[in-house]
Design a protein around this ligand. Structure first.
Ligand code: TLP
Length: 361
């Protein structure tokens, strides 16, 4: 049987031999006592890269985001976020459950502007929720891995400060945003009070994220991490993988972006041949590519791709996501692109459902 090329997510990568060697060699201690030297080293490195005073190693991006919301809010508060924000959409309802907050969505499609934030902020009336936080995602997953324009971030930060709101960045893929925008991670992170970054997505570590911010926020975060069950013991074996990824895998991220563009080109050729309305394939800015096939259920394309050896995932009624990453070897990009193009051609030659036009919902 042919090996599958797995484009469901950049979370599917397996640790490389060199990463496993770094994990095996890691010096460890009990991190609940704050005695794991490798975890401390990773936290210092994450703080340095994001330009923040401190950082805390957490098991997942979800926990990083949720601890940030716990730090910035009280029950009944409101958080402004972009449509499809991971912290609202993909975290099992954690924010209302743990922080007791609700979301209001600004702009369209994930990205938003300072004017959208102004519109979303509630006036200070006792019968309205208190607007407390603006949460930005960069890159924005459901917006198609788009880089949040830094000029908008700066203008939003100004509005947030003027209204006394905290600013949180879900920087699960900040490494991709930095490469695509030509800015440093610290520059992208600068306007934010807290930034969660993931080592287990584009960087290819098996586990782990860091919540970075001021010393006070990170002190509060340590307590929330324990409350949520995220205090880990000899976690240095995991931190060693993340340190290895930071040192060795950031430099190759541009390859993932190029691979996503190559796949998009192959798909667009098929879509154009079938007519303008057949399918929408946006130009990927980073490593995430969405394929919209209005009127054709996403599962059809997922199945057609699987039969040709490529795994992709449905992320809406007629929307499929493909994500490139370091376990897609350079020589697998062209075969993956042709397999997906063939799969798309098959789907587009089938009759459409009338009610099948689907947003990413
Ligand atoms: N995203 C996953 C799924 O949950 C959708 C993926 O496959 O892309 N922020 C962003 C922007 C993310 O994309 C993710 C994971 C997270 C946070 C959560 O990270 P984990 O999975 O470590 O909790």
């Amino acid at each position: 049987m042919q090996a599958m090329i797995d484009l469901r997510s950049d979370t599917v990568t397996r640790p490389t031999a060199a990463m496993r060697a770094a994990m095996a060699a890691a010096e460890v201690g009990d991190d609940v006592y704050r005695e794991d030297p490798t975890v401390r080293r990773l936290e210092e490195r994450a703080a340095e890269l994001t330009g923040k005073e401190a950082a805390l190693f957490v098991p997942s991006g979800t926990m990083g985001n949720q601890i940030a919301l716990l730090c910035h809010t009280q029950r009944g508060d409101e958080v402004i976020a972009g449509e499809g924000a991971h912290c609202a959409f993909y975290e099992s309802g954690a924010a209302p459950a743990w922080s007791g907050v609700q979301f209001v969505f600004a702009g369209r499609g994930g990205l938003f502007t300072a004017a959208d934030v102004e519109d979303a902020i509630k006036p200070p009336q006792y019968y309205l929720p208190r607007t407390r936080v603006v949460a930005i995602e960069n890159t924005h997953n459901r917006a198609g891995g788009r880089v949040f324009p830094q000029d908008d971030v700066l203008a939003i930060a100004e509005v947030a400060r003027a209204h006394g709101l905290a600013l949180h960045l879900d920087g699960a893929r900040i490494w991709n945003a930095a490469v695509a925008s030509g800015r440093t991670v610290a520059e992208l992170a600068a306007p934010f009070d807290t930034v969660s970054v993931c080592f287990s997505k584009g960087l290819g570590a098996p586990v782990g994220s860091a919540l970075c911010g001021g010393a006070d926020a990170v002190r509060a975060a340590l307590r929330f991490r324990k409350m949520l069950g995220g205090g880990m013991r000899q976690a240095g074996v995991l931190a060693a993988a993340a340190l290895h990824a930071l040192a060795h895998h950031r430099g190759r991220i541009a390859e993932d972006h190029e691979a996503a563009r190559a796949i998009a080109r192959a798909l667009r050729a098929v879509a154009h041949a079938k007519g303008a309305a057949a399918a929408a394939i946006e130009e990927p800015e980073t490593n995430i590519l969405y394929i919209d096939t209005p009127g054709a259920p996403a599962e059809r394309l997922v199945d057609a791709a699987r039969r040709r050896g490529v795994l992709v995932s449905a992320s809406g009624r007629s929307t499929v996501r493909a994500v490139t990453h370091l376990d897609v070897a350079p020589e697998q990009v062209a075969p993956a692109a042709s397999a997906l193009a063939e799969a798309l051609a098959e789907v587009l030659s089938q009759p459409r459902c009338r009610d099948g036009a689907g947003a990413r919902a």
